[in-house]
Design a protein around this ligand. Structure first.
Ligand code: GLN
Length: 272
């Protein structure tokens, strides 16, 4: 079958199944199994066609494309993903940009609730900082370890509860990052069907979504090195509340917007 014809067919199938961006996903599917050249036309092999059709069949049941591919890109680096771990999202790259601006190979960095490890691995590779990562759940921790190896990144991973601020004794951190679960109960009750495939433990932040910030920020602020900061990803309505939590821990807060213009990160800097 000719690739351009197949592309139109996939796009139409995804669209009628209610996929949010069928044009983008159809192109990603074609590219994944037949390479960039298939976007320019030409005949598809039998095996490429089979894999494409299999992917489309799974995708229209709501399974996220990233889980079907088993790998997804974040900050230009490859990450192994699948059932049991949150898929890296482009807005989270803001945390790596902050690290790239402010940290270097002399820095020591902690990431809490690491999941795939997209944050600490990208920061370690981009800045050369010594990075530590904490993840509690078995499956997610498996992905974290696999991704450290996949990227050959200088990251130390610990399977532990991020609320335990006695981890890594004797070390102080120039920066602490986290993209914790932050969805509210109300948001959890109306998840897009793709997001519903992702682990609840990576999404649900308690009734108002702020539970992890209330616990993690006061617990870890005392572990900052002089001049250090904490930077967390937030839901777009949480800027004010998380800023207050930072202030209560004597960190000077600032809210940063994502490329879509929504509040996405709160950074709290140590004041002396
Ligand atoms: N950004 C994710 C979403 O929109 C939520 C991730 C999180 O809770 N940290 O589903």
């Amino acid at each position: 079958m000719v690739s351009r014809v197949k592309l139109r067919e996939i796009t139409a199938t995804l669209a009628s199944a209610g996929v949010f961006d069928p044009v983008f996903e159809a192109r990603e599917i074609l590219r994944e199994y037949a390479g960039d050249a298939a976007l320019m036309g030409g005949e598809l092999t039998e095996s490429a066609l089979e894999r494409i059709d299999d992917t489309v069949r799974r995708r229209i049941t709501g399974e996220p494309l990233q889980y079907i591919f088993g790998q997804w890109e974040f900050y230009g680096y490859p990450f192994s993903v699948g059932e049991g771990v949150l898929i890296p999202r482009p807005e989270t790259e803001m945390l790596v940009d902050i690290a790239a601006d402010r940290l270097d190979s002399d820095s020591t960095v902690l990431d809490l609730c690491s999941g795939t490890g997209c944050i600490p691995i990208s920061i370690a590779l981009k800045t050369g900082a010594r990075c530590y990562a904490v993840e509690l759940y078995d499956k997610a921790f498996g992905f974290l370890e696999r991704n450290i190896a996949l990227n050959n990144a200088p990251v130390t991973a610990l399977k532990a509860d991020a609320r335990d601020n006695s981890l890594f004794p004797g070390i102080t951190f120039n920066a602490i990052f986290s993209n914790p679960p932050y969805l509210t109960d109300e948001e959890m009750s109306s998840l897009p069907r793709e997001v519903a495939h992702e682990p609840e433990t990576a999404l649900a932040g308690g009734s108002d979504g702020l539970g992890f910030y209330r616990t993690l920020i006061p617990a870890w602020a005392p572990r900052l090195a002089p001049g250090g900061f904490i930077a967390v990803e937030i839901g777009e309505t949480q800027g004010r509340a998380v800023s207050q939590i930072m202030s209560d821990s004597r960190l000077r807060p600032g809210v940063l917007k994502d490329p879509a213009g929504l509040d996405r990160v709160v950074m709290g800097e140590m004041t002396r």
